[in-house]
Design a protein around this ligand. Sequence first.
Ligand SMILES: NC(=O)c1ccc[n+]([C@@H]2O[C@H](COP(=O)([O-])OP(=O)(O)OC[C@H]3O[C@@H](n4cnc5c(N)ncnc54)[C@H](O)[C@@H]3O)[C@@H](O)[C@H]2O)c1
Length: 342
Amino acid sequence: MIMKKILVTGGLGYIGSHTVVELQNSGYQVIIIDNLSNASLDVLEGITNITKTPPAFERLDLRLKADVADFFKRNQDIEGIIHFAASKAVGESVQNPLLYYENNLNTLIYLLQECNAHGIENFIFSSSCTVYGEPDSLPITEDAPVKSATSPYGNTKQISEEILKDTCSISALKSIALRYFNPIGAHETAEIGELPAGVPQNLVPFITQTAAGVREQLSVFGDDYPTEDGSCIRDYIHVVDLAKAHVIALQRLLSKKNQSNYEVFNLGTGRGSSVLEVVNSFEKTTGENLNYKIVDRRPGDVIAVYADTQKANKELGWKAEKTMEDALKSAWKWEKKIRKIK
Ligand SMILES: NC(=O)c1ccc[n+]([C@@H]2O[C@H](COP(=O)([O-])OP(=O)(O)OC[C@H]3O[C@@H](n4cnc5c(N)ncnc54)[C@H](O)[C@@H]3O)[C@@H](O)[C@H]2O)c1
């Protein structure tokens, strides 16, 4: 059987590496591009240990237009691209907007130019629920208005979606933008997981690092929001469920099942969990006591965000299957492994 060759940019990163595993397990031949700006080469070994197949890998910076063109000249048989590579720290994007606009937009543009040049028609893009801002109603459907971005990072996702939509309207390109809610957890083998650089920006790695003694205390930002227990609500989705959605979205494009050349899907569980619920669930699932304290609200935090997943469930035929407990257990197993805790 001839295996279809898929380029995964940012494939050594958190979501990319889990997606490479699912692609290889589904019979695709994968080639990864990553510049290692937020990943380590060890991830290749983790992927290989799980799938027993080393994916092809090129260390390449997608900001270098000539190198990107050269890569596609040497790889004429790519049938689809899943584009994860981007910078993703919201706070850093406020401090260094040009880095974010350059890295998140130029890389997309160069890839799309190569798609045009080489007749590559299938393109999956990592978008985010940040495009919805503070939603007018819950759960959030794909028709909810895109709100003015509150950070350069968020803005790059909105602009990227526009770039894709415009390109799909005048070329053979077919694209699916997947709007992730809050990815958490790790592969059940603990061979791959999330590796935040510096102080984690997200709740779950902060929880596991606190439990592992890397951080002294977890701050819960506010317990006076208008929610049941007063803490903010998010839709936490297991990274393996998320990874599987990419394979399904890719298959939809490859088999021409898409209903239009540019489609958008929410990827979440459809269930909102409060920060305090996640903390309690972690303690219950792992038996660890977490040192946390309630502090003031953090500026810019949206009160509650969770997905309406009906479109993804019905049209894509994908549904999140794993539980919060699965995710927290796997995240803790991964943290213990990298910290060498028995
Ligand atoms: N993790 C989240 O909470 C989340 C939520 C919504 C959307 N997203 C988006 O999903 C995608 C993947 O996120 P992640 O959490 O896996 O991030 P990550 O940082 O773990 O992975 C991104 C990978 O891209 C690589 N990369 C960055 N710039 C590059 C460049 N110029 N050339 C080549 N490689 C480059 C990095 O080294 C890294 O391995 C990103 O586009 C991100 O914005 C993430």
